[in-house]
Design a protein around this ligand. Structure first.
Ligand SMILES: [Zn+2]
Length: 69
């Protein structure tokens, strides 16, 4: 019985569509599954969909000071 040597595979989810795929360094679109997803993500970045919501630093700081009294 032939025992095919298995290479460990890393499965990653496409950041755009979530499709799980085997990580392949020959995949020029990684970590995306396809050129389409890669392009979609670039468009999303351009539209600032990836902007991190959060309080302005100043607000957080003054809140913290009040809490220390
Ligand atoms: Zn995808």
């Amino acid at each position: 019985m032939a025992n095919a040597s298995k290479k460990p595979t890393t499965v990653v989810a496409c950041p755009n569509c979530g499709t799980e795929q085997v990580w392949d360094t020959r995949n020029e679109f990684r970590p995306f599954c396809s050129a389409r997803c890669k392009n979609n993500d670039l468009v999303a970045w351009a539209n600032e969909d990836h902007a991190i919501p959060g309080q302005p630093l100043e607000d957080v700081f003054s809140e913290d000071l009040e809490g220390n009294y």
